[in-house]
Write a protein that binds this ligand. Structure first.
Ligand SMILES: CC(C)(COP(=O)(O)OP(=O)(O)OC[C@H]1O[C@@H](n2cnc3c(N)ncnc32)[C@H](O)[C@@H]1OP(=O)(O)O)[C@@H](O)C(=O)NCCC(=O)NCCS
Length: 170
């Protein structure tokens, strides 16, 4: 079954936002994904499409503070499509976009309770940044995104020390 990764179109937002809470297991996530990612950040927002269906998406942006950095705000895959490489394909597409635009590293955060996301990001080559607390052997920062909103912070370098592109598994 073929899945294509492409840049998001503004219209894709309506199809994505109606699924976000369900894809996050019922967590109220939709309020954290405004349409602006599908309009003003289209170079960094991708959808995974099978036939006419959106089966995954990644919403990111390039840092305005340090243009070498890219941040992945959301990545989500339809539960019926998980474990088939869709999430990896979305990140691979982001890594290609980032390197082609001269960016060197990708950042993301996730809740320390989201073990699936932690395992996935580790598999994608992200390393956790230091934090004052530990959960399941991984450091996290309490109240990072406001009271009670603890986060594991992840970073993935895209270049090795000699400035060459790393492979995804590095
Ligand atoms: C996390 C998520 C995006 C992964 O998408 P996916 O399409 O299932 O991931 P892939 O199939 O591309 O998996 C890539 C690798 O990560 C691993 N992985 C993915 N999800 C995993 C999980 N829940 N537990 C352990 N490993 C996992 C896979 O085993 C695979 O490793 P492999 O190549 O060694 O087999 C998806 O589970 C999801 O949408 N979760 C809910 C939303 C969420 O929490 N997003 C992240 C925070 S924004």
């Amino acid at each position: 079954m073929t899945v294509t990764i492409r840049h998001a179109e503004s219209d894709d937002y309506d199809r994505v936002i109606s699924n976000v809470d369900a894809w996050w297991g019922g967590r109220q996530m939709a309020g954290m994904l405004p349409r602006l990612f599908f309009t003003y950040f289209r170079p960094w927002t991708f959808v995974a499409v099978h036939e006419d269906s959106i089966v995954g998406f990644l919403a990111g942006f390039q840092s305005q503070t340090d243009p070498r950095q890219v941040y992945c705000h959301f990545i989500g895959v339809d539960p019926g499509w998980r474990g088939r490489g869709v999430g990896e394909a979305l990140y691979q597409r982001l890594f290609v976009e980032a390197t082609s635009r001269g960016c060197h590293e990708v950042y993301a955060v996730t809740a320390p309770t989201n073990r699936g996301s932690i395992a996935f990001h580790t598999r994608m080559g992200f390393a956790s940044l230091p934090g004052p607390c530990f959960e399941i052997q991984i450091p996290y920062s309490p109240d990072y995104d406001g009271p009670g909103e603890d986060r594991v912070r992840f970073r993935k370098p895209l270049l090795d020390r000699s400035g060459r592109l790393r492979s995804i598994a590095d």
